[in-house]
Design a binder for this molecule. Structure first.
Ligand SMILES: *Cc1c(COP(=O)(O)O)cnc(C)c1O
Length: 502
């Protein structure tokens, strides 16, 4: 399997190369030349397998320049840190099909070392990279630059910390992440890690990082100190591929718990930000996973819902900080891959849209493309009140406590069901432990948090629910703060050069 760019005709490259480069030189994203197909029989064979084996099976389809042994090793190393044998369990909220908030399989993607779904990919990526460096004979050190709206940062730090031949540097919006998210990042240990706050929002961080990637002078400077840039953001193909796994695994879990039979169609609901998670679901669907609709759930920053409804992507809009900060995004980078595939690889068209997005801040897709997307996606926006209301309702009905992002997906699903009366079983992506957003979760279940410190809130939530505090979060109260740098967005390049030379 070879990889090409979404924006121009390039010489196809191997997956190891695509994973190391992160972004194509023309600014486009790497995509597989074609999407592999799987049969129902193959999916059925996953039933008796453990998560690591399911991952190896899927990775082999895309990363054909790695050996099966290498991919097996990657899967073992990535998931042995997950705190539950099934790795990605599916909690079933059901029982009454007439009840509009059921049946739903909550696919818990947050049992990794940082309690966020990004662990699923970011525990794997460093190993894929480490092996890729060997494959291409690269002797330089690679520097992973990350712009984060919260969860990616810690997950990347945890994944790369002390991995040989790598450095990792994370920029997050100052004041734009939860206290716990910040603590998780600024207490990160490791000789090869740096964490810097940027005065601005997530898009400032992301644009700053993109600019650095596109700046030849900076590349030259880094070259002199033996460092090459790479990305761990969800635009990296090595991030996306491990995410496709859990849609197959989740489907198989629904079979195992007798919610569906092999071959039955399901819907998938995903709380969406940068469009990585839902894009993985799209790949699974194109590969042959029986999926009817992908429900794209937005918060108040509903640029994607507007896009799917009108065909216009317009980032010229107000930016809101919400109780679902990991979805507070105006440019959903991975959408570019969807445009590429659904225009049958029309890279000129994709390049035009992306150029309009960068010059005018918007673009409008043509009718034909819009019709195609309508058949696959349904988009809904969920308000903060609705999000909190759903956390409470789900807890009251099922005794199950979910985080705000996960609740956005369930609330969007509920709207979809109300409008379409389509009540087939659903896999809903649960993207963070409720303990990562205790303030909002406690408010939702009717508990005042006035004057209660974020760390005390962990204990409070623990007392009110039967859910255990994840180990990594319980340890935060005593962890030492190691990173206190803050900079303006214009200062990002010099910070990078300084850290690279360290
Ligand atoms: C990153 C993240 C999302 C959004 O996922 P994308 O792949 O960026 O669309 C949703 N919820 C949580 C908790 C996240 O960390």
């Amino acid at each position: 399997m070879k990889y090409i760019s979404t924006r121009s005709k390039i010489e196809p490259i191997n997956s190891a190369e695509a994973i190391l480069r992160g972004l194509a030189e023309d600014g486009g994203l790497f995509v597989p030349e074609k999407i592999p197909k799987v049969t129902l029989e193959e999916i059925g064979e996953l039933i008796g397998k453990k998560y690591e084996q399911r991952a190896e099976w899927l990775l082999e389809k895309f990363l054909t320049d790695y050996t099966a042994d290498e991919l097996g090793e990657c899967a073992e190393l990535a998931y042995n840190w997950f705190d539950i044998p099934s790795r990605v369990p599916v909690a079933i909220l059901i029982q009454d099909p007439k009840n509009p908030i059921a049946p739903v399989g909550e696919m818990e993607l947050w049992h990794g070392p940082t309690s966020a779904f990004k662990d699923v990919a970011l525990q794997m990526l460093p190993h894929l990279m480490r092996m890729a460096l060997k494959k291409v004979g690269e002797t330089k050190e690679i520097l992973i630059l990350v712009a984060t709206s919260g969860d990616t940062g810690k997950a990347a730090l945890a994944g790369f910390a002390d991995v040989p031949q790598t450095k990792v540097m994370v920029f997050y919006p100052d004041g734009g992440v939860s206290k716990i998210q910040r603590l998780q990042m600024v207490t990160q240990v490791g000789d090869n890690v740096n964490v810097t706050a940027v005065r601005g929002n997530f898009d400032d961080c992301q644009n700053g990082v993109k600019k650095i990637f596109g700046d030849e002078k900076i590349r030259d400077e880094l070259d002199k100190v033996g460092v090459k840039l790479s990305s761990a953001n969800s635009i990296n193909w090595g991030r996306l591929v491990p995410q496709i796994v859990y849609y197959f695994a989740g489907y198989v879990e629904l079979i195992k718990s007798k919610q569906i039979k092999l071959g039955d169609k399901i819907n998938v609901s995903v709380p969406t930000g940068n469009f990585g998670n839902i894009l993985a679901a799209y790949y699974a669907m194109r590969m042959g996973l029986p999926v009817k609709k992908l429900i794209c759930a937005s918060n108040k920053n509903d640029v994607l819902t507007e896009f799917f409804r009108t065909g216009v992507y317009n980032r010229n809009r107000k930016f809101f900080k919400t109780i679902t900060p990991s979805m507070d995004i105006l440019i959903s980078s991975n959408l570019e891959r969807l445009l590429y595939h659904e225009t049958n690889g029309d890279f000129k068209q994709v390049a035009r849209y992306m150029s309009e997005l960068s010059t005018l801040g918007k673009y409008k897709i043509d009718r034909k493309l819009k019709d195609k997307l309508d058949k696959i996606f349904h988009a809904e926006v969920v308000t903060e009140e609705e999000t909190l209301d759903f956390i409470r309702r789900i807890r009251d009905s099922f005794g199950y406590v979910m985080d705000t992002h996960s609740a956005v997906a369930v609330a969007a699903l509920n709207k979809y069901r109300g409008k379409t009366k389509d009540l087939i079983p659903v896999l809903s992506a649960s993207t963070a432990s409720p303990y990562k957003f205790t303030n909002a979760v406690l408010q939702a279940i009717g508990e005042s948090t006035d004057g209660v410190d974020d760390l005390k809130q962990l204990d409070l939530l623990n007392r009110l629910t039967n859910v255990k505090i994840p180990k990594n979060l319980a340890a935060l109260s005593t962890a030492k703060i190691l990173h206190e740098d803050v900079c303006d967005k214009d200062e990002m390049p010099e910070r990078v050069l300084k850290f690279a030379a360290k």
